[in-house]
Design a binder for this molecule. Structure first.
Ligand code: SF4
Length: 451
């Protein structure tokens, strides 16, 4: 059945349709515009039902329209809670599948777990992790405010439910605050996490050799101008997660993450031995990059921070911990967890001797490794035989507080020379995806013979 619109309704319909027409990639505006058209029945002059309208006017299926509205509603939910908005529809759609009462917490945890680079897969991973965790000791949040509501997402929600008007911002109790300490002992208030700590999943190629990162310490004083960790920690959108910016900060509340992180069932196999298959998911799910947002062994780091992190690692030997520092001398004399991969980062020639001297003395750890990422100079090592594994990578562009630092692609010869020396020394070699098939890649020779 069709109906005639009033003048103001016609204007409203035209405005909302303009949003849809002009902004088909801005899923939030489109979802909200569809929502209003449906709720106000602005489609009725030309179309019998909202489903007909979507199909005939826009070529949307009914389910596509519901996806868009659901994604827009989800963005409204999380931004009302003061969190950064999902940046693409895939993230928002995945989040919309999470029961609403958990949605904000799942998103907040995902943003933190991924160091501010959430993906749809990371949202799913966070939710699955939370499902497998023991129930938190504390009573359910907002129990009184939410009493009587059915928060369980329907498998196949009816249109009326799915297209419900985006909820107004809910009143949330003020968070309980912790006091964290910087390396100088200065207090930094930090909201108490609402769930037990776990590792962050690391989807994507940024950390291509580990499935998790864990940051009981954040911040670094080393001052590398290309530092991706500083870019994240000083960004406006992550200032809640990094209240001290890139100043070294001890997150004591994260020390229990090794005990609370659960390996998904499909990747659990206690009988599986560590193997050298780079594609082996069972091995990858045991590898944890420790302090991807810091240098845990920096000169400024208090001994007790290192001792507490190592105590947590040694008490949870089910994980394969991967450490990395530009101050490898600090490894000497430390108790390393069994199976640890102990690494040092060398970007310039001046660090080569420091790395070689330290690694001749280091005891413990299953794997000694050398990270040449970014490779900024042609490096000359006297010996690579003290390393088991060599990783080489390029410098990707970052946006630092002081401005943009451009990408740098090392020439092929610099890379090839290290690869040959590593092979002769019996090392395994890993070329980072940003070197071989990403940006900036590697500067390949492009020569032609003299005619
Ligand atoms: S040592 Fe690592 S964490 Fe520290 S500034 Fe350099 S790149 Fe960043």
């Amino acid at each position: 059945m069709t109906d005639i619109l009033t003048a103001s309704e016609s204007t409203a319909l035209a405005e909302h349709e303009a949003v849809i027409e002009l902004g088909l990639t801005t899923f939030v505006e489109v979802g909200n515009a569809l929502y209003v058209i449906r709720e106000e029945r602005l489609y009725r002059s030309e179309h019998g039902t909202f489903e007909d309208y979507c199909r005939e006017r826009w070529g949307f299926s009914d389910s596509r329209a519901r996806q868009l509205v659901g994604a827009a509603q989800t963005v409204t939910n999380v931004t009302a809670a003061g969190l950064p908005a999902p940046t693409n529809e895939g993230q928002a759609r995945e989040l919309s599948r999470v029961p609403e009462r958990e949605r904000t917490a799942v998103w907040a945890e995902t943003v933190e777990r991924t160091d501010g680079k959430p993906t749809a897969a990371a949202v799913r991973d966070t939710y699955e992790q939370r499902q497998q965790r023991p129930a938190p000791d504390e009573p359910p949040r907002d129990a009184d405010l939410f009493a009587g509501e059915d928060w369980v997402q329907q498998e196949d929600p009816a249109p009326e439910q799915d297209l419900a008007r985006p909820a107004p911002p809910r009143l949330r109790p003020d968070p309980v605050m912790l006091t964290l300490r910087t390396h100088k002992g200065d207090p930094v208030p930090y909201p108490k996490p609402q769930s037990k700590p776990t590792f962050n999943s690391t989807p994507g190629a940024g950390i291509s050799w580990a499935n998790w990162s864990w940051n009981p310490v954040t911040g670094c004083l080393h001052g590398c101008d290309y530092c991706y960790a500083r870019e994240l920690a000083t960004s406006e959108r992550l200032k809640t997660a990094y209240p001290a910016g890139f100043t070294p900060l001890f997150h004591e509340q994260r020390l229990d993450a090794p005990a609370h992180t659960v390996i998904p069932t499909e990747y659990r196999d206690d009988a599986h031995q560590a193997c050298s298959d780079g594609e082996c998911k069972i091995c990858a799910y045991r590898r944890v990059f420790v302090c991807s947002m810091a240098d845990l062994y920096g000169r400024w780091v208090p001994d007790e921070w290192i001792q507490q992190v190592h105590a947590s690692m040694c008490a949870n030997p089910q994980w394969q911990y991967i450490t990395l520092t530009k101050f490898p001398g600090r490894y000497v004399g430390l108790e390393m967890p069994p199976g640890a991969w102990v690494g040092t980062s060398v970007d310039e020639q001046k660090r080569v001797r420091i790395a070689e001297d330290a690694f001749r003395k280091i005891e413990g750890g299953a794997v000694k490794w050398l990270s040449l990422e970014p490779l900024l100079e042609p490096l000359e090592f006297t010996d690579l035989s003290m390393f088991d594994w060599v990783v080489i990578g390029a410098q990707t562009q970052t946006h630092q507080p002081s401005g943009t630092v451009p990408a740098f692609a090392p020439p092929f010869e610099w890379v090839a020379r290290i690869v040959l020396q590593a092979r002769e020394a019996g090392c395994k070699v890993h070329l980072k995806p940003n070197l071989i098939n990403g940006r900036p890649g590697m500067q390949f020779p492009n020569e032609y013979p003299d005619a």
